[in-house]
Ligand binder design. Structure first.
Ligand code: ATP
Ligand code: MG
Length: 187
């Protein structure tokens, strides 16, 4: 099985690109953000914990996200691999993922990062706020907090995967098609 990680700041276009990648390479696209939003909608215990944190621009506790991922790896059949979008988001999560995959005799195949500058993050998220109706997209102070969370907790993963020789980056500032071509050229 392939385990691709789609990396990048909030609003970089991970979800958009994931759809095309999953189709082309027969991967199961798993977005932790989308899964958490489903938990919130279903008003589960996990959803209740997640809702307040997400709407403060903070991360959901590692152990909750990791167990959510583990149960998905078990459930999904009939694909050539997984495309992880929004996970891992901390070095601790990356280590948990490595351990989880090692138990199955597997490993992360590639980390593909879509990079955009902070000001473009704000612009894009504000642009989609009306379309997607996410509470965490609607407020500039939450967006700023998510960017801060990204820099402090998620960005260190770049070095983590660079050291393993797995990290590749594309420029996310172009059109959807341009970014897609850049990704396919690498994969
Ligand atoms: P994008 O817009 O590129 O999809 P995003 O950061 O705007 O990225 P999601 O990935 O959907 O949005 O995540 C939304 C929120 O869900 C995060 O701000 C965070 O609170 C929570 N979340 C998602 N994934 C994780 C994770 N792996 N660990 C902890 N919290 C997470
Ligand atoms: Mg997303």
């Amino acid at each position: 099985m392939k385990y691709f990680i789609l990396f990048g700041p909030p609003g970089a276009g991970k979800g958009t690109q994931a759809t095309a990648m999953a189709e082309k390479f027969n991967l199961c696209h798993i977005s932790t953000g989308a899964l958490l939003r489903e938990e919130i909608k279903a008003e589960t215990e996990l959803g209740k914990v997640a809702a307040s944190l997400i709407n403060e621009g903070k991360l959901v506790p590692n152990e909750l996200v990791v167990s959510m991922m583990a149960s998905h790896f078990e459930k999904v059949k009939g694909v050539d691999g997984f495309l992880l979008d929004g996970f891992p988001r901390t070095v601790e999560q990356a280590i948990s993922l490595d351990n989880l995959l090692a138990e199955r005799g597997e490993a992360v195949s590639n980390v593909l990062s879509i990079m955009i500058p902070d000001e473009m993050i704000v612009e894009r998220i504000q642009g989609r706020a009306a379309v997607e109706g996410r509470a965490d997209d609607a407020d500039i102070s939450i967006i700023r907090q998510r960017i801060a969370t990204y820099h402090s907790q998620t960005e260190p993963l770049i070095e983590y995967y660079q050291e393993k020789g797995l990290y590749k980056e594309v420029d996310g500032t172009g059109s959807i098609e341009q970014v897609r071509e850049a990704i396919f050229a690498i994969l």
